[in-house]
Each structure stands twice: as C-alpha cells, then as structure tokens.
Design a binder for this molecule. Structure first.
Ligand SMILES: [Zn+2]
Length: 346
C-alpha cells in the first residue's frame, strides 16, 4: 500500500457489497498486542446436564437430543421462520410487507460441551462441513427455499450464551439483502469479464501478500482490503466454486484445516475464546444458474485490543459509514505472525 494510505485517513471500497469504509490509521500508529488480561482457561466439563444441546438432554421446546457422536442438526425449537406461514402481502401506498416462509436449524458441531472449533480435531471440523453441505443441499431443494444461510454466533459478546459448540442455519423464501448486494456485484463482474470477481481478487492479493493470513493448496484466508471489523477475515477457495457442495474431498480437508488454523490464531491473539459471527455466503438455491457466485466464509469479530475491549458500531457508523483505525494490513500481519498451536496447549 502507498505510504500515504498507511498514515492518512482514506475510504476503501468493498467490491462485494458496493459499500465504503472509512480508515483512520493515524489514530493507531501500531497494532495493539494488549495481552494485559489473564488468559481465559477453556472449559473442561465435556457434558453439562443443564445444556439443551448436549447429547441425551431434553431441550426447552420439549424435544430430546439423541446420544449423538458427531455433528448433529435439528429444527430450532424457537425458529424465527416457519414453514407453514400462510402467504400474504400488504401494499398500501407507502406501506409494504410480504409473508416469509422458512426453516431454522441448529447445528451442534460436537457432542463435547467443552470444545470450540479451534479446539476440535480437523476431521471433526470436516464432519461439520459435511453436515453443512447436506443441509445446504436438502434445504435448498425445498420448493419454497431460495436461500440458505449458514452461520455461527460465538461468545457472550455476540449474544450467544450457550458455550456448547454450535451454529445455525436459516433457510428462507426471499434472497436476503447482503446476498442480493453480492449477487449484483459478482454478476456485473462476471458478465463483463467472464471470470469470478473473487478469483481475480485473491489472485491480486496473493501477489501483494499484504493481507494474507493463511494460504494452503486450496484455500486462502485474508483480511479483506475493505474489512470493517478490526480482525475481520474471509476464507476463499482458490477454485471458482458457487457453493460448498462442489468441493472435492481434498478441498474439504483443506477448508477444515483453514478454519481450525484461523480460529486458533484468533484465540491466540488475546489469549481468550475469541468471539465472532461467522457465516458462509454462497449461491442462492433459487434454481437460477448463479454462475457468478464464489462461496466464501466471513468472520466478523468485535474485539479491538484485548479480550474485553471491543469495537462498537455507533455514532458515525450508525449515521454515515463504517470506520476502522488499525488497517487491514496491520491486522493481517498480527494474525499471520501468531502461532498455530492453541495457547491453552502450550
Ligand atoms: Zn452442551
């Protein structure tokens, strides 16, 4: 990056969403490595009788979990979307609304209550990916489902109070706004260049090497040029794959490896169980060909400079644009330099 940009306020463009972020690097001359707090000690109890996700326990909605031994999914007892919603719409002058059908599922990553993705074995993360693939395919095939969102909220800070390793899947009729924005920008580039926008992007990033955190044979993890969250990252396959079901077995292994390595680096950054929202964006399941799509998994972590100091999206960001102080390059360098062994195992 031009040194002018390393030291002076500037705006960066997000090629996927078409939005801008304000970067103010002059406010932090160097990235914080603020390990001032005591390291968080990971949980040890592999089973918790009060946890509604542990095997054999009864859930709040009355359902009972089987004695599952690998990644396991079930319909959320408190789903935000319902499959039997009657169809209807409101269109009264300026007031518009439309009914929305859908389905919400919970995915338990492991039967072991004490684990998190960075502490799981690689082959067990692979089992989670296999379940994600199955859910994307099965939910996507439902006639009324046009989009499947796979995500994980990790940590109290992200509003997730149950430490049992789990994520969610919301499948629905409409194409959500974030997907619609990305479809448009991926599509415009595809139509013009007959090439995946994200493929061109990672080719450029791999030449520059300024924002790369992890690279292996089939995947790249990087801090996107336009990142909003201090340590935001994105995992992108090196091959143009519209969705996660198109990965080969070898690619799936590399994907699991990348998820593990990246989340270990996150935990090592502030010696804590690093909170984040992570999600996979991929082609809608609306029966269109969606050639332009290139799946990717994004991590949006709120922490700024320690296990407790987080970034707030308030003020200017609510009213104007997203803003960050440390640059994407500084964040990538910090993450890249961290070890691949979890701090609790050193
Ligand atoms: Zn549990």
């Amino acid at each position: 990056m031009d040194t002018v940009f390393n030291e002076n306020p500037h705006r960066r463009y997000n090629i996927l969403t078409g939005e801008w972020v304000l970067v103010s690097p002059h406010r932090t001359k160097r990235p914080w490595q603020g390990k001032v707090e005591k390291p968080f000690i990971p949980l040890t109890a592999t089973y918790d009788k009060s946890c509604y996700l542990c095997p054999t326990n009864t859930r709040m909605g009355g359902g009972k979990n089987p004695d599952y031994t690998t990644a396991y999914s079930f319909i959320n007892d408190f789903s935000a979307l319902l499959s039997d919603t009657p169809s209807g719409s409101v269109d009264e002058n300026l007031l518009q609304a439309k009914s929305e059908r859908g389905l919400c599922k919970v995915v338990c990553f492991s039967p072991n209550h004490s684990l998190t993705l960075p502490l799981m074995e690689e082959q067990d993360i692979e089992a989670v990916i296999t379940l994600w693939q199955k859910e994307y395919k099965e939910l996507g095939e439902l006639p009324y489902v046009n989009h499947v969102q796979i995500f994980e909220n990790k940590g109290d800070t992200m509003g997730c109070s149950n430490p049992h390793p789990h994520g969610q899947i919301w499948a629905q009729e409409s194409i959500p706004q974030e997907i619609a924005k990305k479809s448009k920008n991926l599509g415009d580039y595809w139509n013009k260049n007959k090439k995946s926008l994200l493929l061109s992007y990672i080719e450029q990033e791999l030449k520059l090497k300024e924002r790369i955190v992890i690279e292996n044979e089939h995947f790249v993890a990087l801090v996107p040029f336009w990142a909003i969250w201090p340590y935001e990252t994105m995992i992108v396959p090196k091959r143009h794959l519209q969705n996660i079901t198109l990965m080969t077995e070898v690619e799936k292994t590399d994907f699991a490896k990348t998820v593990k390595e990246l989340t270990i680096k996150y935990d090592n950054l502030f010696s804590t169980s690093f909170p984040y929202s992570a999600g996979i964006h991929q082609a809608p399941t609306d029966q269109k060909n969606n050639d332009e799509w290139h799946f990717h998994m994004s991590f949006y972590p709120p922490l700024l400079r320690s296990a407790t100091v987080k970034k707030f999206m308030v003020g200017y960001e609510m009213f104007a644009d997203a803003q960050r102080d440390i640059t994407a390059e500084q964040a990538a360098q910090s993450l890249r330099e961290l070890g691949n062994v979890h701090y609790s195992k050193l």
